[in-house]
Design a protein around this ligand. Structure first.
Ligand SMILES: NC(=O)c1ccc[n+]([C@@H]2O[C@H](COP(=O)([O-])OP(=O)(O)OC[C@H]3O[C@@H](n4cnc5c(N)ncnc54)[C@H](O)[C@@H]3O)[C@@H](O)[C@H]2O)c1
Length: 370
């Protein structure tokens, strides 16, 4: 069995607490021989600043480059609010995304039946929901030039952000979406604003061309991003994979996230290009939530987003889909049994700690493994 290298970057706040549950599962996977992982640990965010005065050290960046996948906790907190801008905790995350070339952000929105009542939408609208938002992560209006605020000299100022996309950037993200759809419900919905934006016209053209050329077996639909947002809250189960740009993806994935209840439940993956020589792609897996300073150190954090992020690593970096399915099944069964961390418990109901939830998921995995 191949041995895979993981770099664990726990970060700040609840990051180390939820990462401890990932370590527990990696130890079990190694111990049973279901997988073989070699792990290294590093510092990122405020923890790296305290040790090295940077948001991530060059040595840890080298480990990230050499790893098969980075498993990332969370960064930030009030303690580092005043550190120099370039060394702020989030700079570590941005450096990892940039240097590893992670252009595809995958955010699943899954609504476990046991948690359907935690959503702000009606149970029948969200129960059993399973959609994947594929967001372009390294281009578009967040990075396009010119990007500036200029003084017009008459007491007024002008701010400019530029939405820029090249056809090859659109093509590679479209391919990620089509490949994913083939392993899921075989449908892709592409969202842009071609009615008012040139980048939307090109986006639509390139996605359609890639589809016709290489993915005609996948159903493709196009929606304007604003009506797509409406559809996400009206009838989200019509979607399988949604592919969209950096800005619309930022907004739409947050909307989709809230369909499922708590931030503590949401994993994500960020993928780079496949290296033609090795067939491997750089990847980082992280929960969507932040470092939650309000509950850090109290053993209250929900570890499910972090554990499901490891599950995504099994699926998307290591081709261990069956094992990833078992992770998802174990989480669903534990939730069905009524176990809840504080963030997903109904008021007044009993709750378990971070490690209590992690242990229960491990026990369920052991059962599934026989
Ligand atoms: N990717 C990241 O590392 C990331 C993402 C978002 C925010 N941040 C940083 O985290 C810090 C706090 O930001 P915030 O409060 O806006 O967002 P947050 O996600 O840390 O917390 C928002 C709320 O959700 C709760 N929450 C989050 N994760 C939880 C979990 N696993 N279990 C139970 N409850 C959970 C928190 O207690 C809090 O009430 C800031 O410094 C921010 O910059 C980091």
């Amino acid at each position: 069995m191949a041995t895979h290298k993981l770099l664990l970057l726990a970060g700040d706040g609840i990051g180390p607490e939820v990462m401890a549950e990932v370590r527990r599962l990696i130890d079990w996977l190694n111990g049973t021989g279901l997988a073989s992982f070699e792990t290294e640990s590093g510092l990122v965010g405020g923890a790296a600043y305290d040790a090295h005065k940077v948001a991530i050290s060059e040595a840890d960046m080298a480990l990230a480059q050499a790893s098969d996948a980075v498993i990332f906790g969370a960064v930030g907190g009030p303690k580092w609010d005043r550190v120099p801008y370039d060394a702020r905790p989030e700079a570590g995350l941005l450096r990892l995304r940039k240097d590893l070339g992670l252009f595809a952000n995958l955010r699943p929105a899954i609504c476990y039946p046991a948690l359907a009542d935690a959503s702000s939408l009606k149970r029948e609208v969200v129960e059993g929901l399973d959609i994947m938002i594929v967001r372009e992560l390294t281009g578009g209006v967040y990075f396009g030039e010119p990007k500036m605020i200029s003084d017009l000299g008459n007491g007024k100022k002008r701010a400019v952000d530029s939405q820029v996309y090249d056809s090859d950037e659109i093509e590679r993200i479209a391919r990620v979406a089509f490949d994913l759809a083939r392993k899921r419900g075989n449908k892709v919905t592409s969202m842009e604003k071609r009615n008012v934006m040139k980048t939307g016209v090109l986006w639509n053209e390139v996605v359609s061309a890639v589809h016709a050329r290489d993915y005609a077996d996948v159903t493709l639909e196009h929606q304007l991003a604003d009506s797509g947002g409406m559809m996400l809250v009206k009838w989200p189960k019509q979607f399988d994979v949604i592919v969209t740009d950096n800005l619309f993806g930022d907004l739409l994935s947050d909307i989709a996230a809230m369909l499922t209840g708590s931030l503590g439940m949401l994993p994500s993956a960020s993928l780079g290009a496949v290296d033609p020589a090795s067939g491997k792609r750089k990847a980082m897996y992280e929960p969507v939530h932040g470092s939650a300073p309000d509950i850090a150190g109290k053993g209250m954090a929900n570890p499910i987003a972090m554990i499901a992020s490891l599950g995504m690593a099994l699926r998307y970096s290591f081709d261990m889909g069956e094992l990833a399915d078992k992770f998802d099944a174990a989480i669903a069964t534990v939730l069905e049994s009524g176990l809840r961390t504080a963030d997903i418990a109904t008021k007044g109901a009993p709750t378990v700690s971070t490690s209590g939830m992690g242990e229960a998921i491990l026990k369920q995995l052991q059962k599934l493994h026989g």
